[in-house]
Design a protein around this ligand. Structure first.
Ligand code: NAP
Length: 311
């Protein structure tokens, strides 16, 4: 008996999703109606007046529902980590494990991500979804902004598929023993890059929350500032001095760290990274344009859209 689930088919489906999502988002940008309806969300839609007739634009949910993504992603990633460390459960059966020769062999074909990289990638994903869930409850000060329901469904799919993507190429190997001697220089670089991106993204989110309730995170907020919940301002803290959306930039850094961890050999992780670069690059561009239109006098000269000092 082979693996319970067809591993190569799962890898194919996950890769296809990211290739399709990347192309689809490029198509959305080039068609103004779709760009306005499906791509714009949050502050980009805040000033919209309700259309006179029913339109696709109206099928929205609250943007603050972002927390659902992480409420799905966190336990799902923990489950995958558990299943990975128990090879007889999940995608690989005990029989396949034994048949592969004292549990050392390979299930499926192609590149095999070593166990240490798979475990580290899943642990990093736990850290990311865990922090994002925490921020949604204890850091962000959400307005009544909305996102399109298609965006919401894609977000759920993303946090179901990405924890699979960052580790799936390690499931080809039935043997999953771990040891400190497996640690390589690229793993240390990947973890360091992830930790830096993780920390800076958190600080960017704190800076955005501070615009609405100054001192909320430090516990020095006053109740009179609650009325600023629906207000947008020009952020100026830390990396916001150089770039319009440092939190998007550091999201890209976080997914780059998964590629560094695996020496750019895990194609599935690389496709996730490609998708994040394109989709958040487009969102960062929209955000930059929005700030330019709203706060022309306050926007610094040479303020970049996405990558500090570069783009
Ligand atoms: N991996 C992916 O594909 C992916 C996709 C999307 C997002 N993300 C990540 O999720 C995180 C949040 O993304 P997002 O799109 O929600 O970011 P965002 O639109 O910048 O919003 C983040 C928070 O800051 C508030 N905010 C934004 N600009 C503000 C301003 N000028 N003044 C006051 N408050 C402001 C927002 O309020 P509102 O409630 O009014 O919006 C929201 O509470 C980001 O770090 C991003 O990287 C990842």
């Amino acid at each position: 008996m082979g693996p319970i689930l067809p591993l190569e088919a799962i890898i194919g489906v996950v890769r296809a999703y990211y290739v399709f999502a990347t192309f689809f988002i490029v198509v959305l940008v080039t068609v103004p109606y779709l760009r306005r309806t499906l791509l714009a969300y949050g502050k980009a839609t805040a000033d919209r007046s309700p259309p006179k007739h029913f339109s696709l634009e109206q099928i929205t949910v609250r943007k603050s529902w972002f927390w659902h993504f992480y409420a799905l992603g966190l336990p799902w990633t923990c489950t995958l980590l558990f299943l990975y460390l128990k090879p007889e459960s999940g995608f690989v059966t005990r029989e396949a494990f034994d048949r592969s020769g004292s549990g050392r062999g390979q299930v499926g074909a192609g590149y095999v991500q070593p166990p240490i990289e798979t475990v580290l990638a899943l642990a990093m994903m736990v850290a990311q979804t865990g922090r994002r869930l925490y921020e949604n409850f204890y850091v962000h000060v959400p307005s009544e902004a909305t996102m399109h329901v298609a965006h919401y469904v894609h977000g759920l799919a993303y946090y179901f598929l990405t924890p699979i993507a960052v580790g799936i190429e390690g499931w080809r190997r039935a043997e999953r023993s771990l040891g400190w001697t497996d640690l390589r220089f690229r793993h240390v670089c990947g973890i360091a890059l992830f930790a830096y991106g993780w920390y800076e993204q958190h600080l960017a989110h704190v800076a955005l929350a501070d615009l609405r309730i100054p001192g909320k995170k430090k516990g020095t907020a006053t109740s009179t500032t609650i009325s600023t919940r629906n207000v947008y301002a020009q952020p100026k803290a830390r990396w916001f001095k150089h770039v319009s959306s440092p939190h998007y930039f550091f999201e890209m850094v976080i997914y780059l760290s998964f590629c560094v961890l695996t020496g750019f050999e895990n194609l599935t992780s690389a496709l996730v990274f490609g998708y994040v670069v394109i989709s958040l690059g487009i969102e960062a561009d929209q955000s930059w344009r929005w700030y330019k239109a709203k706060f022309a006098d306050e926007v610094p000269r040479n303020w970049k859209r996405f990558i500090p000092f570069v783009l």
